[in-house]
Design a protein around this ligand. Structure first.
Ligand code: SAH
Length: 389
């Protein structure tokens, strides 16, 4: 019996041959009868076997590759999960018990994010195909890690395109409230429920480390502080004082708790619930170290121009608050604004502010956010450490 398979168009199979995970609908010549979310073999137009992918007709990315060889797809998922855990064990776990265990295509597992906070795992599922694979993923994670709890927090705007609604809830084990994690000897409370992303910005670990190294005796302003990761890192590095600003009251409360959890006094360290754009326009002191980590201003491609205006404005306003010889760590997590474009935005902000500005470091990936060389689209975070005179 001939197995039903997806057949790619002539001359449209190059990305798959080059181990790119996505198959766009325009590249497909024919699909058999199947249920959305099912796994199918993928063949070239002349019948050559190229691997296996899960498919969903509702999405413009109609297929996502799970294996590029004869390995049965469920086995491939298990092997990739094991590979992802091995990488973290070697490079991340000596420093922290909070890490991204699976970084989607970066780990060869399209549609899946798994974050680990101590003995709690948090899953984020972006696609129908991965949703159907959840039992396999859970079995593997439970077997390998024996977690106390697995929680799912799948509230991504892209799920709609997959025909999935948002989902949040306990999948396994105990229903933990907040969990305490430790990173480079620092303690943080993470509240997963109702949080942004899965609760803590694991992708900023290297940046927190950088801030800690450079903060000594500096007066620090942490804009968009969320739960205070950079504020705690700066104080651990000997900052003279830290002002933390965010528009979310609950986030600022958690930032405050994280400071005291690490034994830093409230006195001298201010917490401000405010719009950063408005805060930076207020009269006030100059700072020796400013951290700017705004949310993604461009959520889709058509947002890029207004988003760049926003990034330029906020960087220009921050430069006005930067003392002579100060540092500005400026980050951008918009997928659609790439590093060269972000550098242009920083150039414009610098030119308008009339300050002398030098890039002295670029953002460094955290080890648990690997970028797949065959699928570079998964990279989104960029940033510069600027020296301002
Ligand atoms: N730097 C943080 C992560 C930032 S997440 C960390 O280290 O964990 C983005 C944060 O920006 C959120 O906490 C959100 O509440 C806040 N935010 C969004 N728009 C804002 C605005 N206009 N002014 C102040 N804060 C804002």
């Amino acid at each position: 019996m001939i197995q039903p398979a997806a057949i790619l168009k002539k001359d449209r199979d190059k990305p798959v041959r080059q181990r790119h995970h996505w198959i766009f609908s325009g590249a497909v010549q024919s699909l058999p009868d199947f249920e959305d979310g099912d796994i199918l073999p993928v063949l070239s137009h002349d019948g050559e076997f190229l691997g296996s992918a899960y498919f969903n007709r509702k999405s413009s990315i109609v297929g996502r590759m799970l294996s590029f060889d004869e390995t049965p797809p469920l086995e491939a998922v298990g092997l990739r999960l094991a590979g992802a855990l091995e990488l973290r064990k070697k490079f991340v776990e000596p420093v922290t018990n909070a890490e991204r265990l699976v970084n989607g295509e970066g780990d060869g597992l399209p549609g899946l994010i798994v974050d680990c906070y101590g003995d709690m795992l948090v899953l984020q599922v972006a696609t129908l195909g991965m949703d159907k694979l959840k039992p396999v993923v859970l079995e593997h994670l439970i077997g390998a890690l024996k977690p106390r709890s697995i929680y799912e927090k799948s509230d991504l705007p892209t799920r709609g395109e997959e025909g999935l609604s948002d989902f949040e809830g306990l999948l396994y084990g105990e229903d933990c409230g907040s969990v305490e994690i430790s990173e480079a000897g620092l303690r943080f409370l993470v509240e997963v429920r109702g949080a942004q992303k899965t609760g803590f910005y694991l992708d900023l670990r290297e940046s927190r480390c950088l801030v800690r190294t450079l903060a000594k005796d500096r007066r620090v302003l942490n804009c968009f502080c969320y739960t205070g990761g950079f504020s705690v890192a700066a104080l651990a590095g000997g900052a003279a004082a830290v002002d933390s600003v965010d528009s979310s009251g609950p986030a600022v409360s958690l930032a405050r708790r994280n400071l005291s959890l690490n034994g830093f006094p409230e006195a001298g360290n201010r917490f401000v619930v405010a719009d950063v754009f408005e805060y930076l326009r207020r009269d006030g002191p100059l700072y020796d170290f400013i951290i700017l980590d705004p949310p993604a201003f461009a959520k889709k491609k058509t947002d890029v121009i207004p988003a760049c205006r926003g990034y330029k404005d906020i960087n220009r306003l921050a430069l006005r608050k930067a003392g002579r010889g100060s540092l500005l760590l400026t980050l951008c997590c918009s997928h659609f604004v790439d590093e060269p474009l972000f550098q242009k935005v920083v150039f414009q902000a610098a030119a308008e502010s009339g300050r002398e500005v030098r890039i002295i470091q670029r953002h460094r990936l955290a080890f648990d956010h690997p970028v797949n060389v065959y699928h570079p689209e998964s990279e989104y975070l960029k940033g510069f450490l600027l020296y301002v005179r």
